[in-house]
Each structure stands twice: as structure tokens, then as C-alpha cells.
Design a protein around this ligand. Sequence first.
Ligand SMILES: Nc1nc2c(ncn2[C@@H]2O[C@H](COP(=O)(O)OP(=O)(O)OP(=O)(O)O)[C@@H](O)[C@H]2O)c(=O)[nH]1
Ligand SMILES: [Mg+2]
Length: 368
Amino acid sequence: MKKAAIILPTYNEGGNIEEIINDIFSQQKLIENWQLEIVVVDSCSPDKTGETIKQLQKKYHHLHLLETPKEGLGKAYKKGFEYAFNKINPYLIIQMDADGQHDPKKIPEFLKEIEKGADFVVGTRYSKGGSIPKNWGIHRKILSLGANFIIRFGFMKPQVTEWTNGYRAIKTWIIKNAANHIKNYSGYVFQVAMLDFAIINNAVIKEIPIHFEERKSGISKINALQYSAQTFFYVFSHSPFIKFVIVGIIGFVIDFGISYLGIERLQKPVWIITLLSTETAILSNFLLNNFWSFAHKKIEGGPMKYFLNFLKFNLVSSGSVAIQTLGLQLLVIIFGRKLWYLYKILIIIFIIIPYSYILYNKFIWKSK
Ligand SMILES: Nc1nc2c(ncn2[C@@H]2O[C@H](COP(=O)(O)OP(=O)(O)OP(=O)(O)O)[C@@H](O)[C@H]2O)c(=O)[nH]1
Ligand SMILES: [Mg+2]
């Protein structure tokens, strides 16, 4: 029988913990192929959550307690993973809040998806059939919806609707391989980092809708400001799409800078300078994209492979020039020349950026 280790991080969940543990173990009879093991990671809660666990251990032999200092949710989870790997050797880990917001009745559904082939199952509040508490204040809704929106579109993964919720089932190999990637994230943002790592490493992701309940008792431990800042910083520094846009801006500055220097200052022939400036920008874009934006799938296989991909890159770039030239000319014919710069910006945002990003991902920096 495979083991599923459920990690329950707790800080002052004394009012909730007994009920949640009873509810989780009551699911065991519905699951034939899995042995449930619970690891409570308690950060020395002053409300004596740990004492309740010690009492419950007399009743439940598959209940473990790990006591840690209070160092944030991510740190607590990492210690819980380590404990589970060393003492339980599970096939997968289930992450779950200990405050009643995640319904234990969903556990069999998570396990079923794993049996069907998923590597990483996310309980989502934001797809059909999922929900958030009706009485959530506007600030809470904005925080949760806003964070998910920024992450989804920052990573260009609109199909993944939930990034921040902590109800998940994850195969052990993902967590073991992610150790290095998540090691610096001690707060709530580690949830985002873990899912991002899994997607980059081609894990099969599956979402199941969940109703996110109001916490049963006690107070929230989330620090909204710190969490928003860390999430924003994570997306900004890890999104291939955002990096790709920055590389495009750098390319534009290089192109414009060389043109200005050659044409204005040095008074060289326009066609020579234009050729030089555009090709330099294309080369810089190619290298920066390869070693930065798409570093996780950078070109391998020697100089010939680089050269061939650089030619492809030039071809895609020529396509951008053609689209811009024709598109702008068309709009100017239809609407007149007055707002040409606005048309140019719109074409870049709505056509050139998606066009290049999609073609780069399809033909040059393909998923490994
Ligand atoms: N061990 C440990 N657990 C923590 C820590 N911070 C939060 N937790 C637990 O992590 C889970 C999620 O934290 P919550 O405060 O419920 O966060 P949330 O669900 O986003 O916020 P609410 O919706 O207001 O409950 C709960 O079980 C907490 O007790 C920590 O520093 N250490
Ligand atoms: Mg909670």
C-alpha cells in the first residue's frame, strides 16, 4: 500500500486541530490503496496545539508531531517534507491548512487524480465548481484574485487558475527536485515557487475545484503586505514572459542608440547604420533570451545548433518587421497619419509581442 503523507502546518490552531485530524482519518476507510499518515508541523503554538496532538497520538498511530521554531509557513512545510521523507517515505505529499478551510472529504478525489496520472493536483477556488467564502471583505478578494491574476498572466499560463491555495497533492519526486529552487522562500510565496517549478519541469498538473470555507476558529496568520510584495517579486524575477518583454525593450534601446549615433552624430549612410543597428539588436535579443528569459530551456548542441536557431530568430524578427510595416501602413490608409504612434504601440502590444513569444516558444526555445 502506498503512503500519502498529509502535512498540516499549525500555529495556534488549538480550536481546529482535533476536528480536522478526526475528519482526515475518517477518510481512510474510503481509500483502499493508500495509507494516510499525518505530520503536524507545529511552530511551538502558545495555545498548546502540540499538547492536543500528543493526546491524539494515543488514539492514532499514523499521527506524527514535528515541533519547529516559528519561521514562516514555507520553512514549516520544508521541515515537514524532510521529516516525511526520512520517517515515512511517502509516494506523495498532501498539503493542507489546519483551520478547516480545506475539506478533508476531498482527499479521495486528490488521490484519484494521482492514480489517473497527475503528478501535481491543485485544489482550485477559481474554476467552475470552486468558490471562496461569500463574506470575504473586498480587500481579501482583491488580494487573492489579484495575486492569482498577476501570476497566471505573468507566467502566461492562463489555464492554471489557482497558484496560491495550499490544498495540494504532490508526488515526492517533484518536492525532492525542487529543494534548491524553493530553499529561499520561507513564507507563503513558496506555494507559488513550488507550482512554478513543477510546471517548468513538465509535471502533469491537474486542478480540482474546491469550496474554500471560512476558517473555523482562531485568526489568520497571513501578512498581506509581505505576501503581496514577495509574490510580485517572485513573478517579476521568474517569468520568462516578463523577461522577454524587458529584453525587447533593451533591443529597442540598442537599435535606437546605434541609429542615433550613426545617423545623427557620425553622419553615416542611413541604410548601413540601420542594417547594423537592427542586426545588433537582434543578436542582443537572441543572446539575452537564450541565457536569461528562456534559460531553463536554452539551446544545447554546439555552435551549429546556435547558428541555425539564430537564423530562425532572424526569420521571426523579419516577420515582425513585415507585420509592423504592413499593419501600420494599413491603419494609416484607413484612419490617416495623425495617430501613427498610437497604432504602432497597439500593433506592438497586441500583435508583435504575442506573435514573437509564441513563435520563440514553438520553434526556438521549445520545452524539453
Ligand atoms: N507551523 C506553522 N504553521 C503556520 C505558520 N503560519 C501559518 N501557519 C499555518 O498555515 C495554515 C495557513 O495559514 P492561515 O493563517 O490559515 O492562512 P490563510 O488560510 O491564507 O488565511 P485565512 O483564510 O485567514 O485563514 C494554517 O494551518 C496556519 O496555522 C507558521 O509560521 N508555522
Ligand atoms: Mg487559513
